[in-house]
Design a protein around this ligand. Structure first.
Ligand SMILES: *Cc1c(COP(=O)(O)O)cnc(C)c1O
Length: 391
């Protein structure tokens, strides 16, 4: 087996050793329930308070504005449903975008069934939305806008600071799914001026099963889980102390190492430059407003799924669109949203790099990918026909 090249960091990331080390005591001697009054309970409670404070400091928030959840999807659900329900008396209109993560889009589906009206902002061929388009969608009965900071498939970064200022001027609550932005670009809730922001541990080298939601003081948000009063009465359930510790450590490390991102972007740019030399290929999404580690390419005449399997056999982990759309075999809603026809969206490849990736990884991908694309095309009758016409 060749050494594994992991180029799917938007799907999940490895747990860093420092993060695991921070968590281990809470699987061992520090097993107290944070709500208990004796000393190991109090120690667990202090461990959570310390983690909350570190996360708040890193994001530019106050500690009591940070809520721990079990994942990014839970944070997205809570922010949107919680704000919609708490503010329904003011109006029932919500703004979002066509290319949000399914944790947002499917949440909107369930609110629609409850009588909320949703406007889906379209994106241009680069995946961008202008502040003017955002402002034009606001109505007198708009209560909430949910716009992702960075897209998980094509890496597009949206002007969230401008959007949040516009929303504020119209007294509309502003939530951003920052799951892909955190750890890849600077994220500071005070500078951004957002009301709510979600993040997820496993996208920033913490384990799967921990997330957080920032809720600005004063924002009305319904309770998510009725229970024993944890998370200031808004999200019951005994806290996941170990994972909370891991999230704090991972976030601190991610922010401390943001200066490695120009290196990651340079690796990505080299991949992009070389991969577009493959005939009938195109890069999807803006190259300027883009996450440093993200590359998304479409190859005509091939199926992304076959490409992923052959890359896997060559020791390379990559994905078509997002991990979620891979399972459903539907063409990616994100690629369709930027105007790709379904057949081109099917032949897409997402490579997402992080701190662990090296120049050698790029060399190997560039060595293995073009012959695999060619091999798949050689089996395509359509390609055969077109290549024949040309020669
Ligand atoms: C991964 C992801 C989520 C979901 O996070 P989970 O922790 O896996 O539930 C939500 N939004 C975006 C943009 C993501 O990339």
């Amino acid at each position: 087996m060749p050494p594994l090249i992991y180029a799917d960091n938007a799907a999940t990331t490895n747990v860093r050793p420092e993060v695991l080390e921070e968590m281990l005591p809470y699987f061992g001697p520090e097993y107290g329930n944070p709500s208990s009054l004796y000393s190991i309970g109090r120690k667990a409670s202090l461990a959570i308070a310390d983690a909350r404070e570190r996360i708040a400091r890193t994001l530019g928030a106050k500690p009591n504005e940070i809520y721990f959840t079990s994942c990014g999807s839970e944070s997205d659900n809570w922010a949107i449903k919680g704000a919609a329900h708490a503010n329904a008396s003011k109006g029932k209109h919500i703004i979002t975008t066509v290319y949000e993560h399914h944790a947002v889009l499917h949440t909107m589906d369930s609110l629609k069934k409850e009588g909320f009206e949703i406007t889906y902002l379209k994106v241009d061929s680069e995946g961008l939305i202008s502040p003017e388009e955002f402002e034009a969608a606001i109505r007198p009965d708009t209560i909430l806008a949910a716009v992702m900071y960075a897209n998980n498939e094509i890496g597009t970064i949206l002007p969230i600071k401008e959007f949040a200022a516009i929303a504020k001027a119209h007294k509309v609550l502003f939530f951003t799914d920052a799951v892909q932005a955190v750890g890849n670009i600077p994220v500071n809730v005070s500078e951004l001026g957002v009301d709510m922001l979600s993040l997820s541990g496993h996208k920033i080298h913490a384990p799967k099963g921990i997330g957080a939601l920032y809720v600005r003081t004063g924002v009305r948000l319904g309770t998510l889980i009725d229970g024993g009063g944890q998370e200031r009465g808004r999200r019951g359930g005994t806290e996941n102390v170990a994972y909370i510790r891991g999230l704090a450590k991972a976030l601190e490390l991610a922010v401390a190492e943001l200066d490695d991102m120009p290196r990651v972007a340079a690796l990505r740019d080299r991949l992009a430059r070389e991969i577009v030399k493959i005939p009938y290929s195109r890069i999807n999404g803006s190259m300027t407003h883009r996450l440093p580690g993200n590359l998304n390419v479409s190859f005509e005449f091939i199926e992304g799924e076959s490409l992923i399997l052959l890359l896997d056999m060559a020791g390379i982990c990559a994905s078509t669109g997002s991990a979620c759309s891979t399972a459903s075999l539907e063409p990616s809603h994100v690629l369709l949203s930027i105007g790709l026809p379904a057949e081109k969206a099917h032949g897409s490849l997402r490579l997402t790099l992080s701190h662990g990736n090296t120049e050698q990884d790029v060399d190997t991908i560039l060595e293995k990918l073009p012959p695999i694309v060619q091999r798949l095309r050689d089996m395509s009758p359509l390609y055969e026909e077109i290549a024949h016409k040309k020669s």
